[in-house]
Design a protein around this ligand. Structure first.
Ligand SMILES: Cc1cc2nc3c(=O)[nH]c(=O)nc-3n(C[C@H](O)[C@H](O)[C@H](O)COP(=O)(O)O)c2cc1C
Length: 205
């Protein structure tokens, strides 16, 4: 039995295009892999630890090989819990809206928690090395407008691809649902195309 971790980054439920696409993915995946377990992290409902002074100082303590203070150890155990949950999955699905050309702050907070030296990346003589990769991941992006891969305004997919690559993911699959803020007919077509894409991706995931 494998575990698929679904990370939902839109606060919207039934009206979310990224989540509707993810639901189609998960249902196709579960049909093909009934024995697998799907765990959902709904980032706007989850209470994630703040990446505050104690967390940041703990990170520097790890990087500089210093002992952590008692407060830092306490804070770090909350951070570790989130990282462990992330790392224990076998496969990943992320669904995210584009917000102000990038990603919602809750997803950024989650990334700031899980991207840590000695847990998800390390530094070697030849540079950074990701420690969390080697597993399949699919990211669903929804945007109000239309952006191609070379758009200078896209800090959503470009950033997600970069940061996932940084922690070691090499097999990053993508589904884009766009444009979602135009006339009803066009949105309907875009949503259906994304769902079809997600379903065929899930069948081979
Ligand atoms: C706070 C906020 C910021 C947004 N910024 C952008 C943006 O920069 N570019 C864009 O094309 N759409 C933007 N949108 C529109 C969303 O990307 C679009 O509605 C998308 O479908 C949201 O995903 P969801 O339907 O899964 O919630 C923004 C929406 C919100 C609420």
């Amino acid at each position: 039995m494998k575990t698929l971790l679904y990370i939902k980054a839109s606060p919207r439920d039934d009206r979310s295009h990224s989540h509707a696409t993810a639901k189609a993915f998960l249902s196709a995946y579960q049909q093909k892999n009934p024995q697998d377990k799907i765990i959902t992290i709904d980032l706007f409902k989850e209470s994630l630890p703040e990446f505050d002074n104690f967390a940041a100082e703990s990170k520097y303590a790890i990087m500089h090989g210093r002992e952590k203070t008692a407060e830092q150890v306490k804070k770090w155990s909350q951070i570790e819990k989130v990282i462990e949950k992330f790392k224990s999955a076998d496969k990943y699905l992320i669904s995210t809206p584009m917000w102000n050309f990038g990603i919602p702050y809750k997803l950024k907070q989650y990334i700031d928690i899980i991207v840590q030296p000695s847990y998800t990346f390390t530094v070697t003589d030849s540079g950074y090395k990701g420690l969390a990769g080697g597993k399949p991941i699919c990211v669903i992006h929804a945007r109000g407008g239309n952006y191609d891969d070379n758009s200078p305004m896209d800090f959503q997919k470009k950033y997600i691809d970069f940061i996932l690559g940084f922690i070691g993911f090499t097999d990053i699959k993508t589904v884009v649902c766009q444009p979602t803020l135009v006339d009803e007919e066009t949105v309907k077509k875009a949503q259906q195309a994304a769902i079809n894409n997600a379903k065929s991706m899930a069948a081979a995931f």
